[in-house]
Structures are given as C-alpha cells and as structure tokens.
Design a binder for this molecule. Structure first.
Ligand code: FBP
Ligand code: MG
Ligand code: MG
Length: 285
C-alpha cells in the first residue's frame, strides 16, 4: 500500500500545471479590469492562472486551505491538512514585454496567515527559455526541468555559490531609505558584482541562486513594508534560499520569523549569500 503524501501531490500538480500555464499565457496578455487585494491591476493571466490552480489544488486530499495573492479570501477545503499559498504569476507586468515570470508556492502546516516557521515545503516555477522548478523540503533544495508534465531533476542539494556575483534591488531609487541606498553603493563598488534586474522576483532570485549574490525589494520611504507579500512571496522565497545555505531578512532577522498578522501583508525582502545579508542588517541597524 502506498502512503499518500499531500505535499508531493501538491508539487506534482503544480509541476503538471506549469506547462499549461505557460501555454495559456498566449492570448491572455491584457488587463483584467479588476484589482487584486494589494490594489494592483490584475492581468487576465493572473486571474486565469489563479482559477486554474485554485481548482486543482483545492481538490487534493489533505489540502485544507488555498489562498493566493489574486483573491481576497481563503478557500477552505478539507477539515485538516496543509494550507497552500500561491503567487500564481509572479512578475505578470512582464507579460506585455514578454520577459521572465514565475509561479511561487508555499505549503504550510498551519491555517493562514501563518509564519514561515510553519512551512513544510516551498518552491517556484520559472518560465524562462525553458520551464524549471526549484523546490525545497526538509532543508534541501532541488532544481528540475519541466516538460509536458514531466519533472526531471537537474541538480540536487543546490547551494548558493560562495563568491557572490549578481545583485538586483526593486523599488524606485529615490524612494530608497538613505541607509539602504548607502548599502547598495557599497555592493556596486565591488568590481566582482554585476547588476541583474528583470522586474520579476523569481527571475532575479533565480540569478542569485545560480551565481550567488543578493536580491531585495526593500522598505521604501512611503511603504515601510516594501511591496512583496509575506505569505505568497516572502516566506516561500526565504525558505528556498535558506535551504540552499543562504539567508533571508526583513532588515532585522529572518523573514521566516516575521509574525503573520494578515493574509495580504507585505514584508521588506532581502535574500542572498549570508555574508551580504549579515552586512545588510548591520547597515540598516
Ligand atoms: O515593478 P517593480 O516595482 O520593480 O516591482 C517588481 C516586483 O514586483 C513583482 O512583480 C510583484 O509580483 P507580482 O507580479 O506577483 O505582483 C515582483 O515579481 C518584482 O520583484
Ligand atoms: Mg509576485
Ligand atoms: Mg503575482
């Protein structure tokens, strides 16, 4: 008898759906005339990908809740089980220019909103020239290629390279607090460091995972919690980067220790090599 593993069922469902999501973007590059709970205009593809994932993930045995960046309310499913939090399309403003996007997921063993410490697994799909998935569970991260529903391992026990190379920071430069800007100038002044910013967190974070470095969407002068959402973006990415031997920070401590108070709350996000995040926290202290 095979023992069912809802976490594996969730990840397999997202893997299979990724190819369809990628193909379904064609013809859905317009706006949807609606705002999401964060007050952003939704793309047609945001709404469509959310509906597709909501239907599939909420019907899995052992999924108690489905929630996403694109819907105000949690969908309650089974009485007991895991909570799945999804950013169906990360970087959907890149649809218009046909640049990188992703799908982010976190699987929590507590009802949402939940702290990162309640994650049992998390990962993301990257719609690049090919479709890849990075998925972390039990402290190890694995990279896969996804083709036509198949998930093939390309790298196990991924770790951030020791010598950091790439950096990318979101938000308008004039909106950065002075201490953060001073830190950025320090990073830029190292001749080994290269700027890589594509406007989709997943693309930028995947550069950091591949080459080492730092990605941040920091606190801004008028938005002290930055832009990215804790449940759907911050926690899952922090979980993956920490499993790969890096660090995450809200500016003070690990993102995984941030108190979860609201489903759609935002968090300043900084992830990357331990040395760079340690230095960032010192610069912001
Ligand atoms: O356009 P900006 O302000 O640089 O913001 C870019 C950031 O916003 C996001 O697009 C937000 O994610 P969504 O596209 O899922 O809303 C991140 O992927 C990215 O890092
Ligand atoms: Mg996003
Ligand atoms: Mg999104």
């Amino acid at each position: 008898m095979t023992v069912s593993d809802p976490v594996e069922d969730i990840v397999a469902t997202i893997s299979r759906s990724a190819t369809e999501i990628r193909q379904g973007l064609v013809g859905r590059r317009g706006k949807a005339d609606e705002e999401n709970p964060s007050g952003e205009t939704q793309a047609e593809a945001d709404v469509w990908a959310d509906d597709l994932l909501a239907e599939r993930l909420s019907s899995i045995d052992g999924v108690a809740q489905y929630a996403s960046e694109e819907r105000a309310e949690i969908i309650d499913c089974d009485d007991d089980g895991f909570s799945v939090a999804v950013d169906p399309l990360d970087g959907s403003s890149n649809l218009k220019s046909n640049n990188t996007m992703g799908t982010v997921f976190g699987i929590y063993d507590e009802p949402l909103p939940a702290p990162g410490a309640a994650l049992v697994a998390a990962g993301y799909v990257l719609y690049g020239p090919i479709t890849t998935m990075v998925y972390a569970r039990d402290g190890t991260a694995t990279k896969y290629e996804l083709t036509g529903g198949e998930r093939t391992i390309v790298e196990q026990d991924i770790t951030l390279p020791d010598d950091p190379i790439t950096y990318g920071f979101g938000g308008r430069v004039p909106d950065w607090p002075d201490d953060f800007e001073a830190y950025v100038r320090e990073i830029e002044s190292n001749p080994k460091h290269k700027l890589r910013y594509g406007g989709a967190m997943i693309g930028d974070v995947n550069q950091v995972l591949t080459y080492g470095g730092i990605f941040a969407y920091p606190a801004l002068e008028d938005s002290p919690n930055g832009k990215l959402r804790l449940q759907f973006e911050g926690n899952p990415i922090a979980y993956v980067i920490e499993a790969a031997g890096g660090r995450s920070s809200n500016g003070e401590h690990s993102i995984l220790e941030v108190e979860a108070t609201d489903l759609h709350q935002r968090v300043p996000l900084h992830v990357g090599n331990t040395s760079l995040i340690d230095r960032l926290e010192a610069a912001l202290a």
